[in-house]
Design a protein around this ligand. Sequence first.
Ligand SMILES: Cc1cc2nc3c(=O)[nH]c(=O)nc-3n(C[C@H](O)[C@H](O)[C@H](O)COP(=O)(O)OP(=O)(O)OC[C@H]3O[C@@H](n4cnc5c(N)ncnc54)[C@H](O)[C@@H]3O)c2cc1C
Length: 384
Amino acid sequence: MSGGATGTAATGTGGTGFDTAAIDALVGDGPAAWDAAGRIPVELLRELGAMGVLCAEVPARFGGPGRTGQENGELTAHVGALCSSLRSVMTVQGIAAAVVRRFGDREQRRRYLGQLTSGRLACVGFSEPGAGSDLSGMTTRIRPAEDGSGDLIVSGEKMWITGAAYADLVMVVGRYGDGPDGAAAMVPTDAPGVRIEPVAAPLGCRAATHCRIVLDDVRIPADAVLGGGRQPLALLFTVGLSYGRMSVAWGCVGILRACLTAAVGDARTREQGGGPIGEHQLVARHIAELYTSERIATQVCRHAAEQWDRTAPDAAVTAVLAKQVAATHATRGAATAVQVLASRGFTDGHVVARAYRDAKAMELIEGSTEISQLILARHALDRL
Ligand SMILES: Cc1cc2nc3c(=O)[nH]c(=O)nc-3n(C[C@H](O)[C@H](O)[C@H](O)COP(=O)(O)OP(=O)(O)OC[C@H]3O[C@@H](n4cnc5c(N)ncnc54)[C@H](O)[C@@H]3O)c2cc1C
């Protein structure tokens, strides 16, 4: 299904570096039921985590599969075509791994990347009730304990944290001490003072779980703060969000491939007015638009992954571009697919119905459409 018109995931690894048939077998026909229940079996997430699927770019020396950004992208599209909730869990695990790789010291990289590739699950807390698009407004604090123990105290509130209901660890990004700098702390979700409350009935990606996390003076050892903290907040955001944007963009490619496959299948077989609906020119136009969207999103993601793998100077802005293009096409493409399938796609759990709800989230997260446009405009104004 996920290969769509491109055939990328038909058999073998499909450019992912993984046995995609094994992933398909594990996922099976679960996504519709997971969507209805608002839960993915946590054992499955741990199994995929231990296979390295959830953070495939972690190098082999830390126990990961060591895939390239390009391979991880195709893998993300494959998973995204099956289930955006599962892909969302994959995205946050990958963000956590990317931030650990960038800011963790040697021992922290060994410890946390080893955990993240052996079945432990992580979520990432950037957003707060008063800090969404503007993360510089965050008030969560990570400060040295006053008792001289060397421990740190984490206090604050995080909102809409994907995968928190499954996570063993939450990577909390906050302000370090009383200064302007930031820090990322790896906080066990069962630590005293951590409270996790799922958001009731989200519009989409329902089985990913999105949670409010209250951190009430949570005590952690100093070695749980990546690199000792005191990094520029903006740098912490950029590293985490760049990975997240690449991942979400490829997830949108998956949404488009799933929608294209469903729409083409229906347009070939459903007969109205004396022939298959795909023979009607207005339906054929829908198919053409969906195909165009899938091709555009794929190409912009491949370009971004190429920049990512080369650590090109423009990699961060190219990730914004990929997310922006892929998310807007996915939103439109999912609506088009529902239009083609009409009543056949209009039931909760159907692949195009899920896509229709899930795709909208992609225009909000990792920088909304408006924020992405501001970044792209600033880039053009400064550089061109
Ligand atoms: C499904 C889902 C999953 C999420 N997962 C996570 C997660 O795992 N971890 C995490 O930390 N957060 C997560 N979030 C939070 C997400 O990052 C925020 O929702 C997002 O940053 C937008 O913030 P907001 O919802 O507060 O909207 P606001 O920032 O209040 O924005 C509201 C509207 O105003 C626009 N706007 C805001 N500022 C500007 C501006 N300067 N110029 C122009 N327009 C502007 C926005 O584009 C938007 O349309 C998730 C959210 C959702 C919906």
